[in-house]
Design a protein around this ligand. Structure first.
Ligand code: RUB
Length: 316
């Protein structure tokens, strides 16, 4: 029953669905905000009623986009702590846990940024795909250390998140060259590090990120260019520890083909996967706020962080 959900929960869910709010970290922050608003503005008269509303809000937010694990991880964080015997107690715990979640995310980005920055040397060129705030945190920390960087920025069809990356890197004083996705291999000879983010990291060290990441990783490996994934522990997917696969979002054909092109081309199938999976053997390092890990060893970190057991707090 979504009747008791606050308008802000609908707004946040809508913004995630339309990708006005996008990127794993931003999606997580918006989710924590929405759950907090539900707790603060609810008319629930009993604690069980408010807890049920929070679970409904979480399930609704989870139905927006399936891939970024930061969304369920934000729900896990807030809902596991938003407990209590009275409405007031649940409300206070929800507000505090949402604030704590946001603060931890911000600290994590600062910390992983410094780890990532250590890999970058003055004068280096990076190649980026899509737009990742974790990647930007690494570049920002390197720039703060006085390093001069250049970037080859992949446009990232079909949504062109590369444009956001290009602008933000420029704002940091990085020398930016924008290229179409298919030009990536041609420019890899000039690149010192491929630096990408993650929407989810599986227990075997596979990295799920914007579609095109895996192809980029394969050609970078062939060239001997290191592939570094900047991803806070918020991107680790606890469900993969028990054999669950990460769902890859399939998006609308309208992102790929204009209506008029569709009419000219005729009866063909258009597939538009938003993400792909890069196997661990193509990744040199995963940079987190807990330090840098070879992909094969993230499972150790996951066991330490997700000891809470398999039940999901949004289930009734
Ligand atoms: C965004 C994307 C980003 C990750 C990491 O995809 O693939 O690389 O989400 O971002 P979309 P961040 O644009 O489809 O949401 O480091 O900011 O969490």
């Amino acid at each position: 029953d979504r009747g008791a959900l606050q308008p802000r929960v609908h707004d946040v869910a809508g913004a995630i669905e339309t990708m006005e709010t996008r990127g794993a970290a931003n999606i997580a922050t918006a989710t924590a905000d929405a759950l907090e608003t539900q707790a603060v503005e609810s008319d629930a008269e009993t604690a069980p009623e408010l807890l049920a509303e929070l679970r409904t809000a979480a399930r609704f937010l989870l139905s927006t986009r399936p891939t970024a694990v930061s969304l369920p991880n934000a729900c896990r964080y807030v809902l596991r702590r938003a407990t209590g015997d009275t409405v007031e107690a649940v409300r206070t715990n929800a507000v505090e846990s949402a604030a704590e979640f946001r603060a931890r995310l911000e600290t994590a980005q600062d910390d992983l940024g410094r780890v990532g920055a250590n890999r970058l040397r003055d004068g280096d060129t990076i190649m980026t795909h899509c737009h990742s705030t974790d990647v930007l945190a690494c570049v920002e920390a390197a720039v703060e250390d006085g390093k001069q960087l250049s970037a080859i920025v992949k446009e990232t069809r079909p949504r062109q998140q590369g444009h956001i990356t290009a602008r933000e890197l420029r704002e940091l004083g990085v020398d930016v060259t924008l290229v179409v996705d298919s030009a990536a291999r041609r420019y890899l000879d000039d690149v010192d590090h491929v630096l990408v983010g993650a929407d989810a990291i599986a227990a075997d060290g596979s990295v799920v990120n914007k579609v095109g990441t895996s192809g980029l990783a394969v050609v970078a490996r062939e060239r001997g260019t290191p592939i570094v994934v900047a991803a806070g522990t918020l991107k680790l997917d606890p469900a993969t520890m028990t054999g669950n696969a990460v769902e890859i979002e399939m998006r609308e054909e309208s992102e790929v083909l204009e209506e008029t092109d569709r009419e000219t081309i005729g009866d063909v199938t258009v597939e538009n996967p938003a993400f792909d999976v890069t196997p661990p053997r193509y990744i040199d390092a995963i940079v987190t706020e807990r330090g840098q890990f070879p992909p094969e060893s993230v499972v150790t970190l996951m066991r330490e962080l997700f000891g809470e057991g398999p039940t999901e707090p949004w289930q009734e």
